[in-house]
Every structure is written in structure tokens, then in C-alpha cells.
Design a protein around this ligand. Structure first.
Ligand SMILES: [Zn+2]
Length: 262
């Protein structure tokens, strides 16, 4: 069985109230800040980048605080974005899709349902469309016409030890990534679970397309991982505390996920 090293690269952050992150959350509860990540999965043979993050311009317009360009985070871990061949797009929300000009050789792995959702009738409603950037969506459509998008439908193995799984819920076609590591199977949930508490306490995140699939998805994520604590949520600042720093000079910027969490 192939094993991979896995990293979370924190590239931006934002202050939020708990009521913005949990359905029915009390507005007087303490802050529940959001971190923004891209992820790297690699071994001697190959590297997969999971999501590409927003551009500086989009981050500025949406008032998110960019800590470091996602591609600079990859470079700090020894990966040149220009050489990356496989990028997994978990879903097409603005904070997961951008910076394509830095990935000239990439193929993009995406669920059929996500492209259908991002280009179909639901985007005529701002409640669903506000988290998408039309220009970035169009960039991915262009990649379809260049033959660079690999569509998946449900569960698919990309290579031995790494597979994608359509979860749905948060968006119609969000997918999570299951990876075999030296500590067993871990799952990069991305926004199928923004926070540990969304999943562990079954308190859904309020940006949602299908709440039934979101809640069912929390269970599915746990089934895919070898242990519940090996599901890595998409935006939780606790990820930076539970896992060890990825190397010298990377404090607050990258942690290693193929090591047992605290
Ligand atoms: Zn997100």
C-alpha cells in the first residue's frame, strides 16, 4: 500500500462570530474564527494539491486577511506549482478555486455535480451564488475546453492510496479526499465539515445547499477515516494546534497531517 505525506497550508484568516459558523448559534457566543487552507498530498512518486485558494484581489475584495499566497506556501514545502500535475478541487467556492495561472501543467479533479451546480439554475439565487466567483468559475470552464478537467462521479480512486468521495451538502458536488498515511487512512474533509464541532456535535454550518446530505456526510467522513480524529475539517483554527508544524520557519503557516493529532 502506498503512503503519503499530507500537509495543511494555512494561507488566510478571518474573524467571525460563532453564530456565523453554526446553525442556531448564539450571537453572544465567543468568536469562532475561520482559517483558510490548501492541502498538499505527496510521496516520492507524485504530488496532489488539494484546492488552490483565492487570489490576492478576491481576498481583498471580500475582506479576508491573506497571510501568504497559497503557491508560496507550496514552495515553502518544496513544491513548484508550475510543475504540479494533479489538483483536486473539493468544490468551486471562491476560497477553494483561484490562482490557476500558477498551475500551467495541472489537471483538475472535480465532481460532475459541482460543475453542474456552479453553472446551473441554482446560481440564479444569491443565497447559493454569493460564495462563488464567476470569473474563477469561468476559468475552470476554460480548463474543461482545454481537456484539463477530470470529472468524477461519487467515489473514485485517483492512485493507490488516494481517492475522492462526493459528500454533497455544503454544495451539490463537494468532495472530500481520503489518503493512506503512516498513521492510517485520514480524510481531508474540506468544507464537508468546516469545524470539528460542526461534525462532532452535528451543528451544521449555515452555508448549505442540502442539509440532509450535509448531516449524513458527517457520518460518511468518519466511516472513511480510520478514527474520527483523523478527519481534518476545512476551516478550523484547531488544526494548527493539533498537528505539528511542518518545518522550521513554518509556524502558523503549515502543519503535518500524517502524524497523530493531539
Ligand atoms: Zn471554504
Amino acid at each position: 500500500m502506498y503512503t503519503y505525506e499530507v500537509f495543511a497550508i494555512r494561507y488566510a484568516t478571518m474573524k467571525r462570530k460563532a453564530s456565523e459558523n453554526f446553525m442556531g448559534g448564539d450571537p453572544h457566543e465567543e468568536a469562532s474564527d475561520l482559517d483558510y487552507f490548501v492541502w498538499l498530498v505527496r510521496n516520492e512518486k507524485r504530488a496532489f494539491v488539494v484546492d488552490t485558494g483565492f487570489s490576492e484581489e478576491v481576498g481583498k475584495r471580500r475582506n479576508r486577511f491573506l497571510l501568504r499566497q497559497p503557491v508560496d506556501g507550496l514552495r515553502a514545502l518544496g513544491v513548484d506549482a508550475a510543475q504540479v500535475r494533479d489538483v483536486i478541487i473539493t468544490h468551486m467556492h471562491y476560497d477553494h478555486l483561484g490562482n490557476f495561472d500558477h498551475f500551467p501543467k495541472a489537471r483538475y479533479h472535480l465532481q460532475d455535480d459541482e460543475m453542474n451546480y456552479a453553472t446551473g439554475r441554482y446560481m440564479t439565487h444569491s443565497v447559493f451564488s454569493h460564495a462563488y466567483e464567476p470569473d474563477e468559475v469561468c476559468n475552470l470552464v476554460r480548463e474543461v475546453y482545454r481537456g484539463r478537467v477530470l470529472f468524477h462521479d461519487g467515489d473514485e480512486e485517483l492512485a493507490p492510496g488516494i481517492s475522492v468521495h462526493r459528500i454533497g451538502g455544503h454544495t451539490m458536488g463537494i468532495q472530500s479526499v481520503r489518503v493512506h498515511t503512516k498513521i492510517g487512512w485520514i480524510v481531508l474533509a474540506s468544507d464537508a465539515a468546516h469545524f470539528y464541532a460542526n461534525m462532532n456535535e452535528v451543528r451544521p454550518f449555515p452555508i448549505v445547499f442540502n442539509i440532509g446530505e450535509m448531516v449524513q456526510g458527517f457520518r460518511r467522513l468518519r466511516e472513511l477515516a480510520d478514527a474520527p480524529e483523523l478527519v481534518v475539517p476545512g476551516h478550523d483554527p484547531l488544526v494548527m494546534q493539533r498537528y505539528p508544524v511542518a518545518g522550521a520557519g513554518l509556524e502558523g503557516l503549515a502543519v503535518r497531517l500524517d502524524v497523530a493529532p493531539k
